[in-house]
Ligand binder design. Structure first.
Ligand SMILES: [Fe+2]
Length: 213
């Protein structure tokens, strides 16, 4: 399925309230905001990563992007969104979620969805859809495949993030070196993951910074 250019209405769809989002993923009340201790600072998490991914205290927060036409509420609670028997190049996406002051944020909801290896979204079930929460170190890990291409878009993964009692951030993650990064009008290099080829597939990482003090 292709992802058509976005209308203003679709842009507005990303303005889902926290209440709606919590309901959407089938969760009840989320615990009060908890900020992890400073034992695990951003410096250690950023080793070996490019500067655009770094969290700088008081620096930029992760930018929002449209959710597009294929978000579905009620995704399963899982960090592995690969259905049995799926084809594709294995991809593990890891990273952390930080506050503006670069403290790791725990219990942040991350809801991922993406196309399969053929560039199709599962609009009937929940293949390649799933949500998880950051751990005590503000870290997450997603087991998936490299998403396929479909007309009109470069390669990307969709995600919604929500720290406890905070607004939702809807955005997308991108892959370096993709030819269509040059022509996709939604693409933004600030959302490039650090991608490595490893035995058996690829790894990618991204450091999110939410507008949390
Ligand atoms: Fe998409």
């Amino acid at each position: 399925m292709s992802e058509i250019p976005l209308t203003p209405e679709e842009e507005m769809e990303s303005g889902l309230s926290r209440k709606q989002f919590v309901a959407a993923v089938g969760l009840g009340a989320i615990a009060a905001p908890v900020v992890a201790g400073a034992m695990t600072g951003p410096a250690s998490a950023l080793q070996g990563q490019d500067l655009p991914l770094a969290c700088t205290p008081g620096g930029s927060t992760t930018i929002a992007q449209t959710e597009g036409p294929y978000f579905k509420p009620n995704s399963p609670l899982t960090s592995n969104i690969v259905p049995a028997g799926a084809s594709g190049t294995k991809l593990t996406v890891t990273g952390r979620v930080y506050s503006r002051s670069c403290k790791p944020l725990v219990k942040v909801l991350l809801d991922f969805w993406q196309a399969d290896n053929a560039g199709n979204y599962d609009n009937y079930g929940f293949k390649f859809r799933g949500h998880q929460f950051t751990d005590a170190n503000g870290a997450f890990s997603l087991t998936t495949i490299v998403p396929g291409l479909y007309p009109g878009r470069t390669r990307h993964i969709h995600v919604k993030l929500q720290a406890p009692n905070r607004p939702i951030l809807t955005t997308q993650l991108y892959f370096p070196g993709e030819p269509r990064n040059q022509t996709d009008t939604i693409y933004d290099p600030r959302l490039l993951m650090n991608v490595q080829t490893v035995p058996g597939g690829r790894t990618a990482s991204y450091e999110f910074v939410l507008n949390v003090p």
